[in-house]
Design a protein around this ligand. Structure first.
Ligand SMILES: [Zn+2]
Length: 380
């Protein structure tokens, strides 16, 4: 009998483990918090026989944890990718998003994105380890500290590790009622600065060159780059400039977010943004930035592993669907771009990622744990 169907799933015990790491606040830039989560996750593997290896990244980020469940096997296997960081600042748990339950909903910072999914993947593996079953493929977990910042420190670790694997399973949250993710947009991140000339706004207005006014025109140009039919979005999400109301602004800075569906639009839009320059006299424009995540484009490999997952879900008793193209990126973008069959959105169902109503659905813990365990037991 396949064990993913018949082993009892103790959702309360899994929820307690989720709670234990949700109560350690771990925004990406909080090294101590992220590393405390890492230590708690390491303890989840006690007694399983897995080998936990902690590796430093860079000073400003927490460490990476690699867990080899089958250290004596060297053939390409399954890589499970989870991130330990959240977007919620320390203090969120005490005030805006306390741990609480309302019916099927469990609230807490990072409970849905993605501490819930992280814990259920470990729980799925522990059930296999406890029964001393051998999976067709060796399993490796990688827990990273900086996904919410587009993985600047861990990208190279992820790519190096993924090279030796046949499949990648990502425990990002499920979408709209349990759908998994098989396609995501790519992301570009840019900073634009305009530099003008300061002057007293009352005494010498004509001597000044206003960097804010010049930037305002660029902001509108970037707005016009939005192209919904092609799935291209641009967003100026941050602006900063000037020194005083009565001074012509010398400097202005914006941060721009770009999303796209394919490589061709990535290069086209990257070039258009890098070419932006104010047409005003005596204004200097500097644009920096790049594509930080390639698109996660559904390909044959993704189709294949999705079909297997859908078959497993059917045996468990639910219909697995994949969400329409998702605008948010994940570490799965890197591995799909490398040509490795990747399934994403395998974590808990819920809603409100990155907000103060973030929650998971308790009822999703059991079927999603079974699905993860089924993938571990069936993928070959
Ligand atoms: Zn996430």
């Amino acid at each position: 009998m396949p064990s993913f169907l018949h082993d009892r799933v103790d959702s309360d015990a899994i929820l307690e483990d989720i709670r234990s790491i949700v109560e350690i606040e771990s925004p990406s830039r909080n090294v101590a918090g992220v590393n405390r989560v890492l230590e708690a996750v390491t303890r989840f593997f006690d007694g399983t026989g897995a080998v936990c290896e902690r590796q430093a990244t860079i000073d400003t980020f927490g460490d990476i944890l690699r867990v080899r469940c089958d250290p004596r096997r060297s053939e390409p296997g399954i890589l499970v990718l989870s991130h330990m960081d959240t977007v919620h600042p320390v203090g969120t748990l005490a005030r805006k998003l306390t741990w609480r339950r309302a019916g099927d909903r469990i609230y807490g910072p990072g409970v849905y994105d993605m501490k819930g999914g992280l814990v259920l993947a470990v729980a799925a593996y522990r059930r296999i380890a406890r029964a001393r079953r051998r999976t067709p493929l060796p399993i490796t977990f990688l827990f990273t500290p900086d996904e919410e910042l587009s993985s600047p420190a861990s990208r190279s670790f992820i790519e190096r590790e993924a090279h030796g694997h046949r499949y990648v399973l990502v425990t990002e949250p499920a979408r709209d009622g349990g759908k998994i993710v098989t396609a995501r947009k790519g992301i570009g991140v840019f900073v634009i600065r305009t530099h003008g000339r300061p002057a007293h706004a009352g005494a010498n207005p004509d001597k000044g060159r206003n960097a804010i006014a010049a930037m305002a025109e660029l902001v509108l140009a970037i707005e016009r780059f939005n192209d919904r039919p092609r799935g291209i979005t641009t967003n100026v999400g941050l602006i900063n400039g000037g020194t005083a109301r009565n001074t012509v602004a010398e400097d202005c800075m914006i941060e721009v977010d770009l999303r796209f569906c394919d490589r061709a639009s990535a290069s086209e839009m990257e070039a258009r943004i890098l070419a932006l320059a104010s047409s005003r006299p005596d204004i200097e424009t500097a644009v920096t930035g790049k594509i930080t995540r390639p698109p996660f484009a559904r390909d044959r490999g993704v189709d294949l592993v999705f079909d297997k997952a859908a078959g497993i879900a059917k045996e468990i008793g639910f219909t697995l669907e994949s969400a329409a193209l998702v605008g948010g990126g994940s570490d799965g973008n890197f591995t799909v771009d490398m040509g490795i069959p990747t399934l994403d959105g395998l974590g808990v169902d819920g809603d409100g990622a990155h907000t103060n109503h973030e929650h998971l659905k308790y009822s999703s813990i059991e079927p999603r744990t079974r699905l993860m365990q089924g993938l571990m037991e069936r993928l070959e």
